[in-house]
Design a protein around this ligand. Sequence first.
Ligand code: ATP
Ligand code: LTN
Length: 343
Amino acid sequence: MAPCRRSVDLYDRPVARVFSGIQPSGDMHLGNYLGALRQFAFDQYDHDAVFCIVDLHALTVPQDPGELRRRTLEAARIHMAAGLDPSVCTLFVQSHVHEHAELSWLMECTASVGELRRMTQFKEKADKASDQEFVAAALFTYPALMAADILLYEADRVPVGADQRQHLELARDLALRFNHRFGDTFVVPTAAVPRVGARIMDLQRPTEKMSKSVISPQGTVGLLEDAASIVRKIRRAVTDTEVEVRYDPQAKPGVSNLLTILGATTGEDPERLARRYHQYGELKADCAEAVVALLEPIQARYAELAADPAGTAAVLAEGVGKARAVAAPVLDRARAAVGLLPR
Ligand code: ATP
Ligand code: LTN
């Protein structure tokens, strides 16, 4: 089977590929932007860049069908509003490329129950569910689908927030195990986690990460939220009863989170930033101002894109074709390697 073709640079060197995915499981928030999306926009210019709205992953927890459709389109527009240029990168919806579900099965056959059981995201979500609550089997096998997403595109680099590090390690282990058993088939990927902003915490419960699917309206800053509401939430963010501004995520999670948000937004080091502040109020005011300024252009671009639904549909339709051109030969190679007959 011929290896997949990659773009080459002016010197005929192959260009590294970047791949990442975001679930349309709720309203996109500041953590998604600072931890993941912002890196996507940087990476697209010097990589073969492929980004995916992972709707199949969102189905691991109950979704209203109409809402899922709306959010999938919204997520695509947010990717573009955050700077992704579909003429430079590939943007598509996971379920449009059936190769993901197929390779996911081969990954489920490569992963062990023990290693899936050790995934903290599964443990946390399953533990949180009450005895009567439905926990889908797919919540357990979810990292196998994620590994399939990555391996199908022969990604070298996978930009993600800190919460996905463990899943990335598993994807690496599965690639290595498969290659060892069946011969070189997959590229072994590496996680790219930002130094500042990889784990933005909930403003009301600063020991928990800001999350789409956890209901915490006062603790979450939506990417499309209006300025007044963002300012109000940051002003009311939970801190502590001391007065000292210090970066210490263990002892002072609320204040440290505000320093992280301000640092990630302005490109400064949170510890160094702390020395500049003597009152929580000042820190909150500057943090709110910086976040509003960061989101303003994204929101303006989003409004333009939302006014042209056919434009979004066209981008996603083009994305499927570009994605399948890479994914289909890789899946064929994996199928052949394990001994499935050609079709
Ligand atoms: P859910 O609550 O449904 O799991 P989520 O908010 O965790 O959703 P995902 O779609 O799972 O969002 O993640 C998309 C990307 O955003 C991933 O790379 C993830 O690591 C990153 N991310 C998610 N939450 C945060 C956060 N609080 N801080 C930094 N990065 C984050
Ligand atoms: N599991 C990830 C979303 C995700 C992803 C991927 C990220 C699915 N497939 C492939 C990077 C690469 C999450 O919950 N944030």
